[in-house]
Design a protein around this ligand. Structure first.
Ligand code: SIN
Length: 186
């Protein structure tokens, strides 16, 4: 279902007005940084794994034929690698708009390669949001991704670009690479 979390996210103010904000990206925010940022660093968060369980009715699909995009699911001891961006507060508005189909701003500690840490935001779509699709067999998810297309382009490009970006970061992600392999076999 198509929803809009923009107004809720604007209330989720976790930082001082004049502070720069770190945002952690684990999906399209890794490979499609079409916003202004002050700094970009690879990073990871703990306790979460990436999954193609969120419906996309506005970017990579339509309300009639939703695509699938990634969200995070809690897994004890897991690491999720991605890209962190240091942004000014005004960049949150376009990010809220981009992530409006079910994602909420959450606070997370993020870890950098040099051992340092920062507190930042991550856009997360939990299983109680109306656009959540949840798990399905890999074959079925690959088929849905192969067929879906929305205003931002084919759903398959989202998966292929994410897999390629993770390879560039030398990140091993069995869920993403297994899905990529199924998609390419179709
Ligand atoms: C993210 O990339 O961090 C959120 C999900 C997405 O926009 O693909």
């Amino acid at each position: 279902m198509l929803i809009d979390t923009t107004a809720i996210n604007q209330q989720r103010n976790h930082f001082d007005d004049d502070a720069d904000i770190w945002v952690f990206g684990y999906g399209s925010l890794i490979w499609k940084a079409d916003f202004t940022y002050l700094e970009r660093r690879s990073a990871y968060i703990t306790g979460w794994e990436r999954r193609f369980w969120q419906g996309s009715h506005d970017h990579r699909g339509t309300p009639q034929a939703p695509g699938r995009v990634v969200t995070l699911t809690p897994v004890k001891g897991a690491l999720c690698h991605g890209m962190a961006y240091r942004i000014t507060r005004d960049v949150l508005a376009p990010l809220d708009h981009r992530e409006k189909n079910g994602y909420l701003r959450e606070l997370t500690p993020m870890h950098f390669a040099d051992g340092s840490q920062a507190q930042g935001l991550v856009y997360m779509a939990t299983e109680d949001n109306p656009a959540f699709l949840g798990p399905a067999p890999l074959e079925a998810m690959a088929h849905q991704i192969a067929c879906a297309e929305g205003p931002s382009g084919p759903n398959r490009d989202y998966l292929l670009n994410l897999a390629s970006a993770l390879r560039d970061l030398e990140v091993e992600d069995t869920h993403i690479f297994a899905l990529e392999e199924r998609l390419q076999r179709l």
